[in-house]
Design a protein around this ligand. Structure first.
Ligand code: AQP
Length: 324
């Protein structure tokens, strides 16, 4: 059985890119019982690496959990956890730091970009890829779905695991990065050169999973296209239209038919997105009415994964030379 870890940062509202790129593959894997054991992890500790508001972080963590449940994550088949409620993540993190070079962490592109943006830099921003390695390795994950921006961090996790195994004896499963089937990368509708992202300051090109229908309609109506006037997939020449076609394909689960104009394309995309999101919004409204229920699901998820995580930590402590 394959063990797969998918992480979501509670740094804002989940969007259509998160749904298509990560949440639907997670739900899809549930439909193939006996093949994949998935953990969906809300990475609340990662959200501490940049300036954050504690009240908002707590609310976002519960909201991300509720949206995942609303989108079909079934806690009986997928372990849904908050990263900080599994303390083995942080215990293993320190042990892995002792097997990681400063230079390895400092060369991470995301660290360089975020630390050079101005303002104070938290030490945890430097060490966060090692914590990500711990998240992966502590659960014996052998598959990690990663986008391009996380592939360097996954390589670091693989390097740490391989080095640790060679130096201290076989301790970790060395994970593979995967790109789930049909998990298209969704670009910002106002700037199709950039991926749709929670933390982009402008929401003009983002479709939030809880956005009301009028917002969805407006964002799609204003999506950047081009002057070619032909509806076809051409990533280099027509990135905006290509992105709209990718959204249509992903949301309707079929190849788009012939479309005569950008207006027709946008209408189809609006209908397909709305058909996908309306039931999620409705289920979310029910779940949000009972936050205690969502909190209990997270507590149960943590209890389920901790025995294996504790075994990994015990193995690591023994290998590295610590007392029982
Ligand atoms: N635009 C996207 N298209 C497809 N997949 C995407 N994912 C994120 N954006 C897109 C996938 O969603 C999962 C969770 O992502 P994350 O919360 O770890 O953060 P991220 O990848 O950094 O996504 P964001 O939304 O851009 O967050 P911020 O702005 O906080 O950095 C991952 O599997 C990711 O690949």
């Amino acid at each position: 059985m394959t063990r797969r870890l998918t992480g979501f940062q509670p740094t804002g509202h989940l969007h259509l890119g998160n749904l298509i790129g990560a949440m639907r593959p997670l739900v899809g894997a549930q439909e193939r019982p006996g093949t994949t054991h998935s953990i969906a992890m809300i990475a609340d500790l990662h959200a501490l690496t940049v300036e954050h508001d504690p009240t908002r972080l707590r609310a976002n963590t519960l909201q991300v959990a509720a949206v995942l449940l609303a989108a079909g994550v079934d806690p009986r088949r997928t372990a849904l956890i908050a990263q900080s409620q599994v303390p083995e993540h942080t215990e293993l993190h320190y042990l892995l730091e002792c097997a990681t070079g400063y230079g390895e962490a400092a060369r991470m592109i995301q660290f360089k970009e975020k630390s050079s943006a101005g303002g104070p830099v938290r030490l945890s921003l430097l060490t966060y890829p090692v914590l990500m390695g711990s998240d992966i390795l502590v659960h014996d994950s052998d598959q990690v779905p990663v986008g391009d921006d996380q592939s360097q961090h996954l390589e670091l996790a693989r390097a740490i695991a391989t080095r640790f195994n060679a130096r201290y004896g076989d301790t970790f499963t060395v994970p593979e990065g995967i790109r789930p089937e049909n998990a298209a990368r969704i670009m910002d509708l106002a700037d199709p050169a950039r991926k749709m992202s929670k933390s982009t300051p402008s929401a003009a090109g983002r479709i939030g999973l809880l956005d009301p229908p009028e917002t969805i309609r407006r964002v799609i109506a204003r999506a950047v296209t081009d002057t070619a006037g032909v509806v076809r997939a051409d990533p280099a020449g027509q990135p905006g239209v290509t992105n709209l076609l990718a959204i249509l394909r992903a949301c309707s689960d079929r190849e788009p038919g012939e479309l005569s104009s950008y207006g027709a394309l946008k209408r189809e995309v609006t209908d397909a997105v709305e058909a996908l999101l309306a039931p999620i919004r409705a289920r979310y409204a029910e779940l949000a009415a009972d936050p205690g229920h969502v909190g209990r699901i997270l507590t149960e998820g943590a209890a389920r994964v901790r025995p294996r995580a504790a075994a990994t930590v015990r193995r690591t402590r023994a290998a590295i030379g610590l007392l029982d």
